[in-house]
Design a protein around this ligand. Structure first.
Ligand code: GAR
Length: 218
């Protein structure tokens, strides 16, 4: 599967958030007032809940926002269809799931498959799911980190774009999950900014499990 060839216009990003939105902020800061230079611009921010830090950051940046709460729909497929429609309205080249704590469904994958980037706070394929940091700590690993990957129909199983490593120290106790997560997020924000920028500027090709950057048209 190949991405569309990069055009001169910055790629359109729709960013999905559930939490404090520091990864979104890192993207906004990297883009600054020169989306041409970065190669992408955030055109809208969506969330699965109201009143999150991520939405506030988007509003402060003057971006359109939308909220699709799972509880507002009769079924998960209906929620998925509504989320798909809300994202599609903004005609994204890439959808970035930046701390979005929901698994997307069939409609969403049909609409944006191969163009959805997720960031996860562990070294996949180890410790997928909602508690990557906690699970890695509990397992007793000596290194963990973060993974930026394409989303497929599994839970954190899609082709890997980039990974960053963070050492786990003796001080990282089970109670210290938040501190370890903060250290991971410091690495993660740079990784995400770098990965999304490269996808947008250079194009990419997905072959099986392999993601090749900058090989469009070959
Ligand atoms: C990030 O660490 C991201 O990897 C994680 O949520 C955090 C969001 O931080 N996502 C997951 O755990 C998804 N399974 P942020 O709201 O400050 O960007």
């Amino acid at each position: 599967m190949a991405s569309p060839p990069p055009s001169t216009a910055p790629a359109r990003l729709v960013v999905l958030v559930s939490g404090s939105g520091t990864n979104l902020q890192a993207l906004l800061d990297a883009i600054g007032d020169d989306p041409e230079h970065y190669g992408a611009q955030v055109v809208a921010v969506g969330a699965d809940r109201d009143g999150t830090g991520g939405l506030e950051r988007a509003e402060r940046a003057g971006l359109p926002t939308f909220v699709c709460r799972l509880g507002a729909y009769a079924s998960r497929p209906e929620w998925d269809a509504a989320l798909t429609a809300a994202v599609a309205e903004h005609r994204p080249d890439l959808v970035v799931s930046a701390g979005f704590m929901k698994i997307v469904g069939k409609d969403f994958l049909a609409g944006f498959g191969g163009r959805i980037v997720n960031t996860h706070p562990a070294l996949l394929p180890s410790f997928p799911g909602a508690h990557g940091v906690r699970d890695a700590l509990a397992y007793g690993v000596k290194v963990t980190g973060c993974t930026v990957h394409f989303v497929d129909d599994g839970v954190d199983t899609g082709p890997i774009i980039a990974q960053g490593v963070v050492e786990v120290t003796e001080e990282d106790t089970a109670e210290g999950e938040a501190a370890l997560h903060e250290r991971i997020k410091e690495v993660e924000r740079n990784l995400l900014v770098e990965a999304v920028g490269r996808l947008a500027r250079d194009g990419y090709r997905i072959e099986g499990r392999k993601v090749h950057l900058g090989h469009v048209g070959e």
